[in-house]
Design a protein around this ligand. Structure first.
Ligand SMILES: [Cu+2]
Length: 153
């Protein structure tokens, strides 16, 4: 009787130890992901800004800018990719601090509502269209921005 009780307690302790380890590794991974998000955003801002100057000088383009919510460099990638997927867009640059996207485009091929729709479909709120909920739920944890976040800062 006594013997079996001891055994039981022992295995219970093991379970506690294992789950502590699991929680610790999740915390470490989460910390790594957060750090990489921050690094991304700085590098990307620099590269995209150079691109913009080159293209705008080449052609006469219409330009528009509007508020888009998001957190980090990975958000920037997704938001700009969505805007660039619209035909007629030459440059799209989202500012992680101001929560604004600036888009240069050929206005004979598209209009700004197409940008709002494309960005919202990728999961991000614009000042006119709310982000698609399913796409938002599939975003990485660090990209799950606050829906009450200020835009156009
Ligand atoms: Cu993000």
């Amino acid at each position: 009787m006594n013997f079996s009780k001891k055994n039981h307690e022992h295995s219970k302790n093991n379970v506690v130890n294992v789950s502590k380890k699991v929680i610790l590794s999740i915390a470490v991974i989460a910390a790594m992901v957060l750090t990489s998000c921050k690094n991304d955003s700085k590098q990307e801002t620099e590269t995209t800004q150079t691109d913009q100057t080159e293209v705008v000088n080449d052609m006469a383009m219409a330009e528009v800018s509007f508020g888009v919510r998001g957190n980090c460099g990975m958000c920037k990638e997704t938001i700009e990719k969505a805007a660039n997927s619209v035909e007629g867009v030459s440059v799209a640059t989202w500012d992680v601090d101001k929560k604004i996207i600036a888009i240069s485009f050929d206005d004979t091929k598209t209009d700004p509502m197409a940008f709002h729709d494309a960005i919202a479909a990728s999961g991000y709120d614009t000042e006119k269209v709310s982000g698609n909920e399913e796409a938002y739920n599939n975003l990485p944890g660090c990209c799950k921005y606050d829906h009450d976040m200020m835009m156009n800062q």
